[in-house]
Ligand binder design. Structure first.
Ligand code: SF4
Length: 699
């Protein structure tokens, strides 16, 4: 069966599995076609001049096409001092209206509604160093060292006027409603917080005074846009810090706000800059924590409530609605990963929804660095105008394509080529698909990564790919299939002397690959993380893991070994896990502390002896005379004794022998031979999937 292109399939007859999430709902006078809400989230797609970009327009139009009921456009700054990033949109300035009008028209054209969220960033910023940060009281967010200005009454007046002017601009640009952020960052939450607000004037000291600024903002917006435009609040219900407020206080705020009679809905939220992982929870944080918050807010609220918190499937949304946990289902990352979630649900193909795995590896990791939003699974996220799974290049001739390797890159290239209409056969030498992902999913709190290739397997089959498991791709077996195109996706392996593969012998003989220059790597107590995670070896006792990778490969393997009862030491040239998304990394550190994993930084592996490991500080004072003062020198060796096992995560090598062989084989002279993924150069999954999609578009 060939899967219809996005948006062209009919609705499956008689399917009624999702009666609630697909039912219409009204917020004030605004009618929504269903209960799917695209939650506001920073995309870093804004232009540097403070206007919304064409990328913004394409991003939101894609979600509107994909069937979402309501889009809430990301936080926009209401004042120059309120920008948390140079990529924030300047909502206070009428210059934004033309570009925004284009966005709202695009969204409306596809039947969705769009609200705009407004904020003043207050004492939080993504910029380093930031501009002067505004706060109720002069004190930094504990997770940051940037000091603040305690704002005066003129500043407060400017904030209120900024919210009102911004709301007016948005409504003029065609937005259907306004949302005010009293959520995980920003000035209004810091005013609401007893910890951050120590003022004794009319804006602090008592509960009502701490909320006065928010109420004055709501009043000003109401005055600016009138009673008909829905006005809601994204509300942090629990800050999840040792110093912050709890759910009881959060619900008191909600009660006070709704009693004002100025609001039309609540958008549930939790966490703060100092508990970043509760704002945008990675997979390690249980969904139930957030569902409880949604339920508690819903129980006391007389206003509609939008749920939040890793809502990554229509099934979960339907269940939350059925349980009365919320009125609408907010999804941010889920609709980044699969903008077509609502449409697939409507079409009766919820089974084909590509679920967000809460890895945070691309979306949040990117925008935290003020780079445009991306997704490891969706190659078009944040660049829909240029790269888009819906906009497949038409084929001029159906070709026979053979893909060798069923890891993420092989599966993605096979899926996309088949979706475009080619005849695709995929050969995988193992009995299961997934490649390295099958190892990575064994790591604690990392099981979700397995869903990436499980989904690709399902969708590749759905698109008609002929998948042959336990079938090695050799020049002979490939030739038998008489392909027009061969795509080699044979992956990579740890770059250690004793790894068993023969897939790199030619490459190494040609000097295309070399082993690390470290004595003792070939000893039998030195094993790879692949061998550990595949179960090929079972380790015990004292294990040294060397982390030259900074990502899950070493960090997750260390935790896997600690869970298996090993005494684990992780050595890292920078710090263990330093390439992980910041929330994920902090949670790894916390688990490492709980599990007694010793994390040691600034060290490099220089030799392995007889159950000893020699490490050297990356930088020392050795030879620090003359010009040598300016050359970074290792020195001051340390020997760690009594080591039972060493697991060096010090790089991978591409399995490129098959590719090299096909390129030389005269039987393939008239065949297009390409390679993709780790067998080109070992990388992270996001890069491999995107590369595979782009390659498939050229076939
Ligand atoms: Fe979800 Fe990961 Fe994609 Fe972010 S990068 S949207 S967390 S799957």
């Amino acid at each position: 069966m060939f899967l219809p292109a996005y948006g062209t399939g009919g609705i499956a007859p008689g399917h009624n599995q999702f009666p609630l999430i697909l039912s219409p709902f009204a917020i004030g006078h605004v009618e929504l076609r269903n209960r799917f809400v695209f939650q506001p989230h920073f995309t870093a797609l804004g232009e540097l001049d403070g206007t919304p970009s064409k990328a913004h327009a394409a991003y939101h139009e894609e979600r509107a096409r994909g069937g979402v009921g309501l889009i809430i456009f990301e936080s926009q700054a209401i004042h120059p001092t309120g920008k948390m990033s140079r990529r924030f949109v300047d909502a206070w300035d009428p210059k934004i209206i033309p570009a925004h009008r284009h966005i709202t028209e695009s969204v409306h054209r596809h039947g969705a509604k769009i609200f705009g969220q407004l904020t003043h960033g207050g004492h939080t910023s993504l910029e380093h160093p930031p501009h002067i940060l505004w706060a109720p009281t002069q004190m930094p967010e504990p997770s940051s060292h940037f000091s603040t200005k305690a704002i005066d009454e003129d500043d407060i007046k400017a904030v209120i006027e900024g919210f009102a002017a911004s709301a007016r601009n948005l409504v003029e640009a065609g937005f259907d409603g306004i949302e005010v952020k009293v959520a995980h960052d920003g000035l209004l939450r810091s005013f609401a917080s007893p910890y951050f607000n120590r003022r004794t004037d009319g804006y602090g000291g008592s509960f009502e005074n701490r909320l006065r600024l928010s109420i004055e903002v709501f009043e000003a917006i109401r005055k600016a846009v009138g009673p008909a435009v829905p006005l809601g609040v994204r509300l942090c219900v629990n800050e999840f810090t040792v110093f912050g407020y709890d759910t009881e206080y959060g619900l008191q705020i909600a009660e006070y706000f709704q009693s004002s009679g100025l609001l039309d809905y609540f958008n549930s939220d939790a966490g703060s800059f100092s508990s970043y992982w509760m704002e945008i929870p990675p997979a390690a944080v249980a969904q139930d924590d957030f569902r409880k918050i949604n339920s508690e807010l819903k129980s006391m609220s007389r206003l509609p409530v939008i749920a939040f918190g890793r809502m990554n499937s229509p099934q979960l949304g339907e269940e939350a609605l059925r349980n009365g946990e919320a009125d609408l289902i907010g999804m941010a990352r889920q609709l980044i990963a699969d903008p077509w979630t609502p449409e697939k649900t409507l079409r009766g193909r919820a089974d084909l929804v590509r679920r967000c795995i809460s890895c945070n590896d691309a979306c949040i990791h990117q925008v935290g660095q003020e780079k445009g939003v991306r997704c490891i699974q969706n190659p078009g996220a944040g660049r829909e105008g240029q790269v888009n799974e819906r906009l497949l290049a038409p084929i001029t001739r159906q070709q026979s394509i053979v893909v060798i390797g069923g890891g993420p890159a092989g599966l993605k290239v096979a899926e996309t080529a088949a979706r475009r209409g080619h005849n695709v056969t995929l050969l995988e030498r193992n009995s299961v698909l997934g490649g390295q992902v099958r190892y990575a999913e064994k790591q604690p709190e990392h099981a979700n990564i397995g869903e990436v290739t499980s989904y690709l397997e399902i969708i590749a089959q759905e698109c008609g790919v002929d998948i042959r498991r336990s079938k090695a791709g050799t020049p002979d077996s490939i030739h038998e299939l008489r392909p027009d195109v061969v795509i080699v996706a044979t992956g990579s392996e740890p770059n250690l002397p004793r790894t068993s593969s023969s897939d790199v012998e030619v490459s190494r003989a040609l000097g295309r690959q070399i082993l690390p220059d470290i004595d003792g790597l070939n000893q039998d107590f030195v094993v790879s993380c692949d061998d550990v995670l595949s179960g090929k070896v079972q380790l015990s006792g004292k294990v040294v893991v060397v982390d030259n990778n900074g990502h899950w490969e070493a960090a997750g393997t260390a935790e896997f070994l600690a869970d298996a009862g090993c005494e684990v030491i992780v050595l890292a040239a920078h710090s263990a896990g330093n390439e992980l998304e910041s929330g994920t990394c902090k949670l790894f550190y916390r688990r490492a502390a709980i599990k007694n994993i010793k994390l040691r930084s600034g060290l490099t592996l220089t030799g392995i002896g007889n159950h000893t490991v020699t490490v050297t500080p990356v930088i020392s004072g050795n030879d620090a005379i003359g010009w040598a003062k300016y050359v970074l020198m290792p020195g001051d060796e340390e020997v760690i004794a009594g080591v039972d096992w060493v697991v060096p995560v010090i790089g991978r090598r591409s399995r490129e022998d098959l590719f090299l062989a096909l390129k030389k084989d005269p039987r393939f002279t008239s065949v297009r031979v390409e390679r993709v993924g780790d067998c080109v150069a070992p990388r992270l999954i996001e890069s491999n999937i995107a590369e595979a999609f782009l390659l498939a578009q050229t076939l």
